[in-house]
Design a protein around this ligand. Sequence first.
Ligand code: ADP
Ligand code: MG
Length: 315
Amino acid sequence: MIELSHVSKSYKIQKKTGWFRSETQMKCAVKDVSLSIGRGEIVGYIGPNGSGKSTTIKMMSGILLPDEGTIRVNGVDPFYQRKQNGRNIGVLFGQRSQLWWHLKLEDTLNLLRHMYDIPDAQYAARLSMLRKTLSLDEFWGQPIRQLSLGQRMRGELAAALIHSPSILYLDEPTIGMDVIVKESIRDLLKLIHQRDGITILLTTHDLEDVERICSRVIVISHGQLCFDGSMARLREQCASDSTVTILFASETPELPDQLRNVKKEGKRVTFTINRAMGESPLLAETISRNIVRDIAISEPPVENVIRDLYEGVGQ
Ligand code: ADP
Ligand code: MG
C-alpha cells in the first residue's frame, strides 16, 4: 500500500562563510530509505529531532520530490499524481494547523467538501460519524482560535478524515499536549483505526504514543532506517537491562554469582538481568530454590532502549 524504494532527499542550505560570502551546501535529510507498509497497518515512525521523519512524510504526501528512489502510495506517485494521491491520504501536522483560524470547524469542513467534490449524501454520513466519534459538538459553533489544543486536534482529525481516505499520516499529533489530552487523542486514533481499518503512519518523538497504539515501529536516525519490527522485538534487540526486585519469605539466600548489580536489603534483593543476553535462567534459578513473597520486573524505560539504538547507528 505504501512502498518506498531507496529514497533519498537533501536540502540546499546557505552557509555564511564571511561578511558578504556564503556558499551552498547540501544537507542530507533522508538517506536510502526503503520500506513497505500494508493495508490496515498502524505503524509508528520514530526518531530524534531532525532525523528525517517529517521529510519522509512530506515526500509520501507529494509535498516534496525525492532526489533519488521511488515512492508509490496506493500505486500512485505522490508528487507527480498529487491530486489523485490527495484523495487517498489524510495528513495531520501537529505543529501546523490546516484549519482556518477565524472560521468555525463546520466552515472549514465545508470548504474541504468542495475541494474534494464529496457527494452530499456521503458528506452528510461522514460528518455525522465524525461529529459523534470526535465529540465535535462540544465546540461546533466556535471559531478555531478559541479552541483548546485537544479540541483543535480533534478538529484537525476531522479535517484530515472528511474525504474518507484509506491512509492517514500523522506528524507529531500529540506534540505539546498534557498527559490526559494525549491519552484521549491516542484512544481516538485507536478507535478510528479499528473501525475504519485505515492505514496509519504515525510520526512521533513520544514513545508512549507508539507503545500505546502501534503494532509495528520503524526507527530512523540521521536519515537512515535502523529498525523495523515490533516494540517487543525492539526491546529485545537493544541490550538494555531489566531490573528485578524479589521479596523472599525469609532472609535473602545465596544468589547465583553471575547476577549483576545485586543489592541486598534484608528479605529484599534487586539485581539486573539482560534477556537479550539470555540471562533469564539465572532469574528462574534464583526463584526456584526459595520461597518468594513477591517479584517485580521493571522493563527498561523505552527512552533508554531507543537511546541505545540511536547510539548504535553507524557503528
Ligand atoms: P524530523 O521531522 O525527524 O525532526 P526533518 O525531516 O524535519 O526531521 O529534518 C531532517 C533534517 O533536514 C534536519 O537536519 C533538518 O534540519 C533538515 N531540514 C528539514 N527541513 C529543511 C529545509 N526546509 N531546509 C533545510 N534543511 C531542512
Ligand atoms: Mg518533524
